[in-house]
Design a protein around this ligand. Structure first.
Ligand SMILES: [Zn+2]
Length: 782
């Protein structure tokens, strides 16, 4: 890790500031490293810079198509589908590809596959074929959309052994439909035969599948296929129930993940065999990691196989805001690679809470979701349910975003994020630490940390725990937000990262559990934290599980040193004498000796030289008010510990789950404390500064001779509750961006306002102003 304060090119060869030779260099080198402040930006060989010089067919469609549209055909649409109108809508919204319902539960073409039932009003019409042909005539690519996890009763009666059953042999159903089993011939033979038939008849470019991964984790299938397969692979019976401590259940989880990967590979083999090497099968995936877990979709492994991720994530949830979409883009790209594409289905109807399939989503709600996705590296894909709408307002929503996207596309793809802060996650942690309480154990701490970073305007990147070794050198600071489950290899890679001079912030129970979620005798990272679980805490737990399911208690944290000797001195409310002794992580808290907490802490043993900055104040009554006084005002139970390692690198360990509390309650004290700790651990090594009011999400990217900065204004009356109706501008904003060598940083082009301005450069920073920010702005820094 390069720890230089100066901004310099640090490539493996000689780099001239001259743009032409820089381009040549980037093309020739296998990888280039651009150093910006304390972090290294690695640009891989296949960084896609040729794309705009080579518009030929050499680039496969799935790397070329950046705007998609989908009219999700209902069963009554075939009778009235107005192809001419939709064709004009495709043009108006500048899409280059469509997703069209083809087969699965019902077929939208005359299929010859037995039991592949025709859509209700198809009446012999070849609607899929017509749409596919017309799209191809218009130069559009076609994803044939399948929906392959359920079937009608006559199908069930013909092949009962293709369907999922419960322990008593009763079939699982969704409404009137029967759910198919992932281990049956339905997936091995029936779906592949449909894929082959569609390719032979229509030659779509590829396939998606709405529910390709079959029955989720909440239902266990006991059909003969499942029982035989599980017995053969693991020598045991299917577990009788969900029990995370049962070895059979743990193996069943892994076995299910592997089966979905087999399906992914099988469908790709079939479609490539029948349709050629670029005829890919792309399934469909969610942006929710807990959702992926419940569906046995291993994101890391899927991204290692995928050419494109078709993302089904149509709207925000209240707790996470629009920024969720920017984070998802960065998280998936970090697995998939930044040279590949992630189109996302974006609802034009009222999706979310509540859902009205036939009403327009409030236009600013829909566009803000699209805007945040684009800021995170996602490509837009409008989605309507049904081909005829009496609420025609929804047809006006996408076009302005799509036009803007088309005009500015070269800045929106083929770029690499700049960030020196990595936030670590893994799906294994979601499964085996989160278990049945993923929101409390995993998602809330994640949300608290990422929200604190966004609020502090520090761009960050999600890092998979298995990629710390690969990606660690990009980051000055790694954050483990209550990453309870860590494998031995992941632990080793964090230790190496710190040994190489990296800074670390870990919270809660990070590293306390092994890969299966079993309690270790101590934090695996105890040496770095300087803290150890006491034998008392372990014996209280029966050595099994000391996970706290994060109920909220009336607890506090005491700041050290206190400004006033609360316990020993006189009790009065007068101003305490000013003290310069407090640690910078308490900046802004000069007027208080305690902070609200909400969690619970166990005693820890601490190593010598570890600074304990906060201690726990145990719970006391809230009601009635007369009883609301601290029973134990002071303990030595640590809430925050800071230390410095050999290279001057900093370690912050926050056993107090402030991140989870902030994720849940949004208390500014918690956000500010997290921000202060992050600043300290990062040694104020910032790549961006944005001064001015508002909640603004910032993303910076590197392109060959420029930087691209997205600023998304999240400040509105619907920030934490959808939908947003009115947009509220913030500004003026003073922006500072650290610039790498090779970029002058003197000229700014604004892609939303269309204005140009010049920047002041000073000591490696480019500084400029934005007078007002309504929804978003994109600044290209040249
Ligand atoms: Zn089964």
């Amino acid at each position: 890790m390069k720890k230089s304060d100066s901004v310099s090119a640090n490539c493996t060869g000689k780099v001239s500031g001259d743009t032409e030779s820089r381009r040549t260099f980037l093309k020739k080198a296998s990888a280039a490293t651009i150093a910006i402040a304390g972090s290294d930006l690695i640009i891989p060989e296949d960084h896609g810079s040729d794309r705009y010089q080579d518009k030929s067919e050499n680039i496969p469609w799935y790397r070329r198509i950046t705007r998609w549209g989908q009219t999700n055909i209902t069963e009554t649409d075939p009778a009235t589908y107005d192809i001419k109108w939709w064709r004009s809508y495709w043009k108006r919204t500048h899409i280059q590809g469509i997703i069209v319902n083809a087969g699965g539960i019902v077929a939208y073409y005359p299929s010859r596959i037995p039991l592949h039932r025709q859509a209700e009003t198809l009446g012999g019409r070849d609607l899929f074929g017509e749409l596919c042909r017309i799209a191809h005539d218009d130069g559009l690519s076609v994803f044939a959309r399948m929906d392959s996890n359920r079937a009608h009763e006559e199908f069930y009666n013909a092949h009962p052994d293709w369907f999922a059953v419960d322990k008593s042999g009763k079939p699982y159903k969704a409404g009137d439909l029967f759910i198919t089993c992932i281990n049956s011939s339905y997936y091995n033979d029936h779906i592949p035969s449909i894929i082959k038939e569609i390719i032979e008849l229509y030659h779509p470019e590829g396939f998606t599948d709405n529910s390709w991964s079959g029955l989720g984790r909440d239902s266990i299938c006991y059909c003969v296929n499942c029982r035989n397969s599980f017995r053969k692979q693991h020598g045991m019976e299917i577990p009788p129930k969900a029990d995370w401590n049962d070895i059979a259940y743990r193996q069943w989880i892994r076995w299910n993940y592997n089966r979905r990967l087999e399906i992914w590979d099988l469908n790709n083999r079939i479609s490539k065999f029948a349709g050629g090497k670029d005829c890919i099968w792309a399934g469909m995936n969610s942006s929710s990691i807990s959702g992926q877990s419940r569906s046995f979709r291993d994101y890391k492994e899927i991204c290692a196989r995928a050419e494109i991720i078709m993302l089904d994530s149509q709207s925000r949830n209240d707790a996470e805001g629009f920024q969720q979409n920017g984070i998802s883009g960065k998280m998936i790209h970090s697995l998939l690679g930044w040279e590949k594409l992630i189109p996302e289905s974006m609802a034009m109807y009222q999706a979310g809470r509540p859902t009205f399939r036939l009403s327009s989503k409030p236009v600013n709600e829909a566009r803000m979701w699209m805007t945040e996705g684009i800021a995170g590296g996602i490509q837009p894909w409008w989605h309507h349910v049904g081909a005829y709408h009496e609420d025609r307002r929804m047809y006006k929503t996408a076009a302005p975003v799509m036009s803007w996207h088309k005009k500015n596309e070269e800045y929106l793809i083929n770029r690499y994020p700049i960030s020196n802060v990595g936030v670590v996650w893994s799906q294994q942690n979601m499964d085996f630490y989160g278990r049945d309480a993923t929101e409390q154990m995993v998602e809330l701490p994640w949300r608290g940390i990422t929200q604190a970073l966004i609020r502090t305007r520090i761009p960050f990147l999600p890092v998979h725990a298995d990629h710390i070794e690969r990606d660690g050198k990009k980051f000055s600071l790694l954050i483990l937000p209550n990453l309870g489950v860590m494998t031995d290899n992941q632990v080793t890679s964090v230790k190496k990262y710190v040994a190489n001079g990296g800074n670390l912030l870990a919270t809660g129970e990070s590293s306390l559990y092994d890969e299966w979620g079993d309690l270790r005798h101590d934090y695996a990272l105890s040496e770095l934290f300087g803290a150890h679980i006491t034998s008392k805490a372990l014996s209280l737990s029966g050595d099994k599980d000391i996970r706290r399911y994060a109920e909220t208690s009336h607890t506090y944290l005491r700041i050290h040193p206190e400004m006033r000797a609360r316990i020993d001195g006189p009790h009065n409310n007068s101003e305490p004498p000013a003290s310069g002794d407090r640690h910078p992580v308490f900046k802004g808290f000069e007027e208080t000796d305690i902070l609200p907490f909400g969690g619970t802490l166990n005693p820890l043993e601490t190593d010598q030289g570890i600074e304990i900055l906060m201690t726990f104040i145990p719970a006391f009554p809230i009601y009635p008010p007369e009883t609301s006084w601290m029973r134990i005002p002071k303990t030595d139970i640590p809430g925050l510990m800071l230390s410095e390692k050999g290279r001057g690198n900093r370690i912050a360990f926050l056993p107090a789950d402030i991140d989870r509390q902030f994720g849940r309650y949004n208390l500014p004290d918690h956000g500010n404390l997290l921000a202060n700790i992050i600043r300290w651990a990062l040694k104020d090594d910032f790549l961006l500064s944005v001064d001015g009011p508002g909640l603004i999400d910032c993303h910076i990217y590197y392109q060959e001779d420029r930087l691209v900065l997205h600023l998304v204004n999240l400040t509105n009356a619907g920030t934490w509750r959808q939908p947003v109706d009115e947009l509220i501008p913030v500004g003026p904003l003073s922006i500072g961006v650290r610039i790498p060598e090779g970029i002058r940083g003197k000229d700014i082009n604004f892609l939303v306002s269309g204005k140009k301005s010049s920047a002041v450069t000073d000591k490696g920073w480019s500084r400029f102003e934005i007078s007002a920010l309504l929804d978003h702005e994109v600044a290209v820094i040249l």
